[in-house]
Design a binder for this molecule. Structure first.
Ligand code: CP
Ligand code: NVA
Length: 322
């Protein structure tokens, strides 16, 4: 396949980062359009396949509902039921599915497997979460912040407290790409990947923001406009549960931490939450949070991403690191 014909994959936030202003504006428009019952039929006569190696509530549901909204259909394929689970290669799976479907979302344990599927697929592949990134989640999070802050990211500060995992990696790249300052507090041994921090810092320099890393949650939270957290034990990390629960003591988003943040600050969480660990019931159930809006915005942001994938024009964009 020539480079011109290469499908527009989304393996990383970096694959859509240069078009974020347009994608976020479309997310707002698509949310309003859905409420008026006017969804654009971008996926008419098209099928979205969903290959999932791990559990999901939000990602699966928002993709299935989104495909239906856009006039297409979705096909949920658990990796356990596919021949993939019996040793058929990812490359062969990609070649076959490309003959049937128009776009594939893949939730995998390993980023290298998502990259392998994209390498062999002749239709676009969307990373629906892997061990390195969660680009769909971060599009929804930025849409939520765009709504809350009237589209103005400059001069705002986002704190992240907890594990330097897939969600933080994508958040660093996304925040830096819209000019939003981000301060992440993680235990030293759970810091985000150095190559992602370097890429985020490069983009922060271009877009006039900053990426700050610390081990102290209070340092990150001070003066923040929003405080984001995620689970201490991600899917695939279960064998380290006891070690992680010990390492993350003190990395909790609670009312005391929110009190240190700026006026009007609110908590964020991609969900599912482990209430009582990384976040308290009081914050989750209170008014100083944007958590349920983030969950709803998975639908609207992913519809904007799907529309973007099928856009005829190809504006200049950054490339995935791998
Ligand atoms: N936030 C998120 O991806 O949720 P699910 O695991 O339920 O899809
Ligand atoms: N970091 C979490 C996100 C879940 C949506 C995980 O990978 O399990």
């Amino acid at each position: 396949m020539s480079p011109v014909e290469r499908p527009r994959h989304i393996l990383s936030v970096l694959d859509y980062a240069d078009d974020l202003p347009r994608i976020l504006r479309r997310g707002v428009e698509l949310k309003a359009a859905r409420r008026r019952g006017r969804n654009p039929p971008v996926l008419r006569e098209k099928t979205l396949a969903l290959i999932f190696e791990k559990s999901s509530t939000r990602t699966r549901t928002s993709f299935e509902v989104g495909a239906h909204d856009l006039g297409g259909q979705s096909l949920y394929l658990s990796s356990k039921d596919l021949q993939l689970g019996r040793g058929e290669t990812i490359a062969d799976t990609a070649r076959v599915l490309s003959r049937f479907v128009d776009v594939i979302a893949y939730r995998a344990f390993r980023h290298t497997d998502v990259a392998e599927l994209a390498r062999w697929s002749t239709v676009p592949v969307i990373n629906a979460l892997d061990d390195v990134e969660h680009p769909c989640q971060i599009a929804a999070d930025l849409l939520t912040l765009h709504e809350r802050w009237g589209g103005q990211f400059k001069g705002r500060r986002l704190a992240y407290i907890g594990d330097g995992n897939n969600v933080l990696n994508s958040l660093l790249l996304g925040a830096a790409s819209v000019g939003l300052e981000i301060a992440a507090a993680t235990p030293k041994e759970y810091a985000p990947r150095p190559e992602i921090v370097a890429a985020a810092r490069g983009r922060a320099e271009t877009f006039g923001s900053a990426v700050e890393l610390t081990e102290d949650p209070k340092t990150a939270a001070r003066g923040a406009d929003a405080i984001y957290t995620d689970v201490w034990v991600s899917m695939g990390d279960e064998a380290e549960t006891a070690k992680r629960e010990a390492a993350f003591q003190g990395y909790q988003v609670n009312d005391e931490l929110l009190d240190l943040a700026g006026p009007g600050a609110f908590a964020m969480h991609d969900l599912p939450a482990h209430r009582g660990q990384e976040i308290t019931d009081a914050v989750m159930d209170g008014t100083r949070q944007a958590i349920w809006d983030q969950a709803e915005n998975r639908l609207h942001a992913q519809k904007a991403l799907i529309e973007w994938i099928f856009l005829p024009s190809r504006p200049a964009r950054t490339r995935s690191r791998r």
